[in-house]
Design a protein around this ligand. Sequence first.
Ligand code: GLU
Length: 423
Amino acid sequence: MHQLPSYLQSGISPWDVFLEQVDRVTPYLGDLTGWVETLKRPKRILIVDIPLRRDDGSIAHFEGYRVHHNTSRGPGKGGIRFHQNVTLSEVMALAGWMTVKNAAVGVPFGGAKGGVRVDPRQLSRTELERLTRRYTSEINTMIGPDKDIPAPDVNTNEQIMAWMMDTYSINQGRTVMGVVTGKPISLGGSLGRREATGRGVFVVSAAAARRLGIPLTDARVAIQGYGNVGSAAARCFHRAGARIIAIQDMSGTLYNGSGLDIAALDAWVAQGNKVAAFPGGETLAPERFWELETEFLVPAALEGQITRDNAARIRTRILAEGANGPTSPEADDILRENGVVVVPDVLANAGGVTVSYFEWVQDFSSFFWTEDEINQRLEKIMTDALAEIWAAAEQHKTSLRTATFILACRRILQARDMRGLYP
Ligand code: GLU
């Protein structure tokens, strides 16, 4: 089982983590420091009630959010999360990380995020559709292809994006493909989008490993989370000759020191089986996961997983954050002291939104690229961003996280400064 995110125990919220990360970058902002407060205040927040008629005729209510954190560099962009623990603080932080992420890889978007506090596993398919459509309708005033473009996140997928696109289009009286990304290929989706986040995690991990002289062949990899991000990253590492020695998810911690057979595991999971019950490995006690000696550790589940409670026990060379916000600022300091290179979420998982950008551009022109073109462009954007951030970290003698924030926040605040204040 995952540990409960420590902020639920300690009272440190994801938004507090984001604020601390902004405070850490402030000394590097020079003339732009006067604008830094703008990053500490989301631009606008909508809280909605979603009444849902259950299949048995009763009515249940769910709370939903859409947050525009910052739109200085372009329209809002960021996913929609369906999860029983979604809070406003979490959605605010996720929106803030989108602002930084989009600026870090240079896609022309601001940052936004949405969520509904619901456990989608408790809903039937028809209930899930009604919930999605009503939520989309309630946030209708916030979204639009040149305003704010949602996408998938935890527990949302192509089908949910199709329902969102359809609902928005019906309300507009015409089909508007570009209002969401991460859609099915048949409805204006992009080739390579589904795998893009996990692929991007792999691309930056491999680029960091080259700089550190760590070979990929036979490298040991441990992954937390086997959803869209974790499983795609696992396939890329596996193809490159690395050994996936451990996978932890809600079902438990699966281990095989000689490397899990990822194709067999995928077939096992596709049949509806639990990861931890896979016969090609043994199970470990959950806390052992963090202590495994590896070359790569990829948290690809939820935020708040690596804190001062477990950071000192981590024995890896490169920690590549597939999840958003998995590491607390205190844990960042401990990892840095111990020589662990952290490739931060706002860079490592930016592959998803990068291909979302490609999807949005393709929808505008109704001209679609090949999967090879998508993957090559993705790889170039991610490796260029890593190179630039690596150089900034060396120049300022900071972690890669602070270096990413330095480059990204300068771009955001320069745009803010050029736009000026109205009135
Ligand atoms: N939810 C993903 C993220 O956290 C993708 C967002 C997008 O494609 O807009 O980066």
